[in-house]
Structures are given as C-alpha cells and as structure tokens.
Design a protein around this ligand. Sequence first.
Ligand code: NAD
Length: 300
Amino acid sequence: MGLLDGKVAIVTGAGRGIGREEALLLAAEGAKVIVNDVGASLQGEGGDKHPAEEVVELVRAAGSDGAVNASDVSSWEGAKALVDQAVDTFGSMDILVNNAGILRDKMSFNMEESDWDDVIRVHLKGHFATSHHAAVYWRGRAKAGEDVTGRIINTSSEAGLYGNAGQANYSAAKAGIASLTWVLARELGRYGVTVNSISPRARTRMTEGLFAEMDTATEAFDKFDPKNVAQLVGFLASDEAADVSGQNFIVFGGDIYATGGFHPVGELHRDSAWTPEELIAAKGELFRGISSGIPKFSFF
Ligand SMILES: NC(=O)c1ccc[n+]([C@@H]2O[C@H](COP(=O)([O-])OP(=O)(O)OC[C@H]3O[C@@H](n4cnc5c(N)ncnc54)[C@H](O)[C@@H]3O)[C@@H](O)[C@H]2O)c1
C-alpha cells in the first residue's frame, strides 16, 4: 500500500534533478506518473527525450506506470496536451508538480531581453499554463458533482523569496510563483484543490559549482540529495495534506521551514497621511530595532 495508490501525477521537468526524484517518489508511493521534460540545456536550449524516457523506465521498474510527455510547459497548447495526456492515458489527473526550469544568470546591467523573457516564460508562464488547464479540469469535475482531491505543488526558490544578485529574471519569476501559489490556493480551495510551493536546495546541474557546501556528499546522510526534497512533495500530494494550502516551504536535507508570507517588520499609524518631511523624522520609529538597509538574505 502506497500513500498515493490510485492517483495520477504530472511532474514537469522530471527528466533530471529534483523533478526526476519527485517522479520516482510519487511512483514509489503508488501514483502513475506523466514524466514531462523537453530535455533542454540548463539555459533552455535544445531538446532530448531520453532523460524522460529513462525516468519512465524507472517508474515502471518500481512497479507503477508512467508515460513520457515532451511538451514545453510554457506553451499554452503544450500545457493543455500535458493535462489531457494524463486524463486520456490514466483516466484522471490528481497531482500537478510544477518543477521545470532554466537559468540565465546575469547582472541586471548585462542581461539581454531574451534572457529576461525566456526565464520568466519557462518558470512563471510554465507554472501558470499547466495550473490553468489543471484548474479547468478539476473545476469541471467538481461542478459535475464529483469529489475532487487536487494537488498543485509549485517550485519557488529562496532567490525569489529574498532576491539574489545576478538573478533578476529568475528571482522575479520565483517570487511570481510564490504569489501565484497564494492566488491559486484562494481560488481552487472550493473545488477540493490545495496549492503549495517549495523552495528547495539540492545538488543538480543547476547548483553544481555554485555552493561549496553542496558540492560533495561528505557524510552518511547526503543533505543535498534531491531525493530529500521529493519526500516533502510526497506528503503535500497526499490526502493527508488536505488542510495544508497556500504555504511555501524551504526544504533541504532534514530541514523544512514553513515560511509564511510577507509580514510587516515595522509600522507607523495615524489618522492622516504622512508627508515626506514627516517621514524623515519618523524613519527611526518605522525601523525601530531593525535595519532600514537591504534586508538580510536569511538563508544564503
Ligand atoms: N537545485 C536547487 O538547489 C534549486 C534551488 C531552488 C529552486 N530550484 C528549482 O527546482 C526546479 C528543478 O531544478 P533542478 O535543480 O532539478 O534543475 P535541472 O536543470 O536538473 O532540471 C530542470 C529540468 O527542467 C526541464 N525543462 C526546462 N525547460 C522546460 C520546459 N520549457 N518544459 C519542460 N521541461 C523543461 C529541463 O530539461 C530539466 O530536465 C527548478 O524550477 C529550479 O528553479 C532548484
């Protein structure tokens, strides 16, 4: 008996890295899995079906069933074809893990228009397009009187929550995904759908050589193995997480932080507007006990 017996899942960008481990974990828990991946380079170029095909073979070897989907998730029609394939192949669609992503890191003054457009498109539109078509499907079922247990698990990043120099495109997309998570959670709860996001840390081609602490597994417990991240996704995908929605989790190794949303760190109140001159005088009160400079990047 698996936690996800009888469920059908889609994992985007599941040919490699974190998505691969998510697909394998969901399959090990009994879900049938559509393994989506265009097989692009880290920068989003080219295409290769082989990584997704390999993952489907592993899904089957684990005793579940799966199928390859090579749609570009940032294509409206491709995202629709992905959701349709799950329903047509396995009879339903219960879990959508939005994970596919690319990187084009540059300082804002060096960034080209295409670097901005492509990263925002793959991450932000790539999350929304699939979620839109899944939402249409779940709402239709709920309106037809069926019990729906839908799950969307998005992939944000600490770069989105805190802002990372050199990643204007990526951080903005990931902050957008965190916000999109709140919106979708508010909209889809009435149809039986929960929506959460994770901000993972794991050793993949995306982080290779960037963080010394991630580079090699030094101890018996490999803290930055993407398998660790997949475990949280398994929980969020389950019926037992029906009361968890609109949340973001920073996750790596055995560490999980529920981050909540933006919240005030200082405040001013009165029954009339503050003029700029008055704000100069009140600045100390607004930032009492905290810095008025760039907020600390909590976890990097
Ligand atoms: N690795 C980390 O520490 C880390 C940290 C924060 C966030 N993330 C996020 O986790 C997710 C997975 O990253 P990863 O580290 O496993 O990277 P990865 O490069 O190993 O995997 C990403 C996969 O997405 C696929 N992909 C790219 N564009 C696609 C598209 N348009 N349609 C379908 N598939 C596409 C790629 O082919 C690739 O297999 C990404 O969203 C990334 O931003 C990763």
